[in-house]
Design a protein around this ligand. Structure first.
Ligand SMILES: Nc1ncnc2c1ncn2[C@@H]1O[C@H](COP(=O)(O)OP(=O)(O)OP(=O)(O)O)[C@@H](O)[C@H]1O
Ligand SMILES: [Mg+2]
Length: 463
């Protein structure tokens, strides 16, 4: 079962209240008990001292009779305070249960307790010896006070205390429940807001304004997650639209071409021509799909495998050789500069793919006779390979988006039907870089456009 914060807090409140009240109760009980004992002792002492003075001055039976009268009158009817006088002469004795008293009280003077027959609680006593005087023998004088009323008071107090304590704990629990519910209300509001979120309402955010500090951090973090989710969702939607759009053009061409071919009688040569142009379109579709599959694999975190220590300049040169004819047609040249001796850890097929995408772009965007430049530069543990070509500067607003899928600066300006890229070339460069744990860069200034990526440098050889 989930543990509820409310239940936990209420339990803790109750425990804290119980502990506090128990401590206070114990202290009060101690104080009351001490006070009652002091009262008992004062009572005993006053009675003893008052009568002792009388008894000491008593030397004959006539005066003794007055002393016993005095003791009678001082004994309350309920028997709460009692007097006993023990002596060798039965005429000079006083009090009930004398044989019991004689058995118990032969000890020294001072405080004591005694349990009388048919009593559940003892009497507290104070006794003193009084020396013989004239005809009166030596005697022991004892004052006793019933402890029952005091015990009763203490018991009543304890019961009241326990009831009050339980009531108070119950009150604290109810109050604690209410306080906790109040305190957690923002949380409830938050979860009902969160429950209302739907994929369609991804632009909605949780309301941070009236939240307590403890919750606002969490909520801000949650809102951040929502933003990222929204971006990803938007990208996915845009990507789907782009894919559909990119595939539609070649398919339209295919269907159109085929319909025209079928519209009337054709010679074998004419059909062959149609099939040839269909094949081109189909290859275009295949290349888009292959590129997308490649990007999807990179997205899933596939890393470059079979990394090989490779002299990077040599690999660049091999790639440029593929473009020899195009370069010759254009009258353009490619030179390689920088740290030409460095070696990188790369998967060669991937590296060449990225490199040729960069070269292709550079060639496409330069005019006849252009001088292209490939620069190799080591920076810490990365090797940056960049391709520069002279050309119209790119608006800085476009630069960070060049590596997005299907992103083309001049897509709108490109005439329909004419061959143009699908905007996946640089996305693949970025994927290749990230498969090697590297990054990408793009800049455009002073008539030079420079786009590149990085791969890890090969560790030093120790021979
Ligand atoms: N060297 C460059 N000079 C100027 N613009 C460039 C250069 N390289 C890329 N771009 C711009 O960046 C866009 C994206 O390039 P990318 O290689 O991703 O796509 P593409 O070349 O249009 O198509 P693809 O490479 O898939 O055939 C291009 O459409 C172009 O507008
Ligand atoms: Mg390209």
């Amino acid at each position: 079962m989930r543990r509820s914060i409310t239940v936990r807090l209420v339990a803790m409140f109750a425990l804290a209240a119980l502990l506090t009240f128990t401590l206070i109760g114990a202290a009060l009980y101690g104080v009351l008990r001490g006070e009652l004992m002091r009262y008992e002792q004062d009572e005993l002492r006053t009675n003893l001292q008052g009568l002792r003075y009388y008894i000491e001055g008593t030397g004959d039976l006539a005066r003794w009779a007055r002393v016993t009268n005095k003791m009678d009158s001082l004994s309350p009817a309920n028997g709460g305070v009692r007097f006993w006088v023990l002596s060798g002469d039965p005429r000079y004795t006083y009090g009930k249960n004398l044989p019991v008293m004689a058995r118990m009280h032969t000890g020294p003077d001072g405080w004591g307790t005694i349990l009388l027959p048919q009593r559940q609680l003892p009497f507290h006593t104070l006794s003193t010896h009084i020396a013989a005087y004239q005809g009166r023998p030596a005697m022991q004088f004892i004052v006793g006070i019933d402890s029952a009323p005091f015990a009763h008071t203490l018991r009543t107090f304890l019961t009241a205390l326990a009831v009050l304590c339980l009531g108070a704990v119950l009150g604290v629990m109810l109050l604690g429940y209410w306080i906790t519910r109040m305190g957690l209300r923002p949380l409830e509001r938050l979860s009902s807001e969160a429950k209302a979120l739907r994929p369609k309402s991804l632009s909605q955010r949780l309301n941070v304004a009236q939240l307590p500090a403890e919750l606002s951090t969490l909520t801000i973090a949650f809102n951040g997650a929502l933003s990222r989710q929204q971006d990803a969702y938007r990208q996915l939607e845009a990507f789907n639209a782009d894919v559909a759009h990119e595939l539609r053009t070649p398919l339209t061409n295919l269907i159109g071409g085929t319909q025209v071919a079928l519209s009337r009688q054709r010679t074998a040569a004419q059909f062959e021509e149609t099939l040839q142009s269909n094949l081109e379109e189909l290859e275009r579709v295949r290349s888009i799909i292959n590129d997308m599959l490649f990007l999807a694999r990179a997205d899933q975190g596939e890393a470059a495998t079979g990394l090989v220590r490779t002299p990077i300049a040599q690999e660049v040169r091999k790639t440029t050789e593929f473009f020899e004819f195009v370069l010759d047609d254009l009258g353009a040249t490619v030179s390689i500069e920088g740290d030409v001796a460095v070696e990188a850890m790369i998967e060669t097929a991937l590296f060449r793919r990225a490199m040729s995408n960069l070269l292709q772009n550079a060639i496409e965007h330069s005019s006849a006779g252009a001088k292209l430049l490939v620069t190799i530069r080591q920076q810490l543990s990365s090797i940056w390979v960049t391709v520069s070509n002279p050309g119209e500067p790119i608006d800085p607003a476009h630069l960070p988006r060049l590596f997005d899928r299907f992103y083309r600066i001049d897509a709108a300006r490109q005439p329909q039907g004419e061959h143009h890229g699908h905007g996946l070339g640089l996305a693949i460069v970025k994927a290749v870089a990230s498969m090697h744990g590297g990054g990408v860069s793009a800049s455009s200034a002073q008539g030079q456009t420079t786009i590149g990526f990085s791969v890890p440098v090969a560790p030093l050889h120790f021979t």
